[in-house]
Design a protein around this ligand. Structure first.
Ligand SMILES: C[S@@+](CC[C@H](N)C(=O)[O-])C[C@H]1O[C@@H](n2cnc3c(N)ncnc32)[C@H](O)[C@@H]1O
Length: 262
């Protein structure tokens, strides 16, 4: 869901239709590439956690990774999303799984978070930091982490040099901050994080887990949205994103970045 085509540095006012986006994404499990086992893998690089550990899950969507974090820690989790309907779905999901006790879901924007300085031991942002921009996000969110606290975010990166012009243009337009892992690590170091680990999400996280579940959903979604211009535009954009991925998947992926504040 690369929807951040314009809002780089100013207030993150979305140019998207919340109801449309939610109506589509509530039909599929994930709102971005990833996998339960990738969330667990990233979690393994984070220091010891117990019932006193506080996690912020920023841009949580309907809470796929929130649930995994909940199931694999004893910690409390503050899950945040800009779209109220995402938080509603997260609450339904938590309730369905009887996992509610340690999770709070709030509606807030990642550029204006209602957190206290040094409130959290871990900040998690899976497939969402691009909305604020990687460099801005890691810098602005740092004050919410305790000294020694961890940051775990996934971010789209180039895997190979000299990507073909078509995919370079596509991604530069969708997310001008797309870059190499080495560049993002330097940004983390500059921002005051020790790099702890990075790993690249395998291709099945995109195709099997994210794009394929969309394919059977497009027609029903359009029918229920009465094939409105915005619904058709949204589906066309998603299909374009998928076809770029099919053609150029060797050139980019999401990379998980885990860092520790010093
Ligand atoms: C690509 S989805 C990822 C969702 C989830 N983390 C996952 O991996 O399934 C990005 C999420 O960021 C949320 N988002 C967009 N802009 C935001 C903002 N300014 N503040 C907080 N959340 C935002 C979207 O509503 C969406 O749920």
């Amino acid at each position: 869901m690369e929807t951040n085509k314009s809002n780089k540095n100013e207030c993150l006012t979305p140019v998207i239709d919340f109801n449309l986006i939610t109506d589509f994404f509530k039909r599929i499990d994930r709102q971005g590439p990833g996998a339960v086992e990738m969330t667990i893998k990233a979690l393994e690089f984070v220091g010891p956690m117990d019932e006193n550990t506080k996690i912020a899950d920023i841009g949580c969507g309907t809470g796929g990774q929130t649930q995994t974090l909940r199931e694999n820690t004893k910690s409390s989790i503050m899950a945040v999303d800009l779209i109220p309907q995402m938080i509603e779905k997260l609450k339904e999901r938590i309730w369905e799984n009887s996992l509610g006790k340690r999770i709070e879901g709030i509606v807030a924007s990642m550029d204006n978070l209602p957190f206290r300085d040094e409130e959290f031991d871990l900040i998690w942002a899976e497939g969402s930091i691009y909305h604020i921009g990687f460099e801005r996000g890691i810098n602005e969110w740092k004050r919410f982490l305790k000294p020694g606290g961890y940051l775990a975010v996934s971010e789209v990166t180039w895997l190979r040099g000299n990507p073909p012009k078509a995919i370079k243009e596509y991604w530069t337009n969708a997310y001008p901050e797309i870059d190499f892992t080495s560049v993002k690590i330097k940004q983390m170091e500059k921002a005051g994080y020790e790099p702890v680990a990075t790993f690249v999400l395998p291709q099945y996280c995109w195709m099997e887990n994210y794009y394929k579940p969309m394919l059977p959903v497009f027609d029903k979604f359009l029918e229920q949205q009465s094939s409105s211009d915005s619904a058709r535009g949204f589906v066309e954009e998603m299909k374009e994103e998928i076809s770029y991925y099919e053609k150029y998947k060797d050139y980019y992926s999401y990379t998980f970045f885990i860092g520790r504040k010093y």
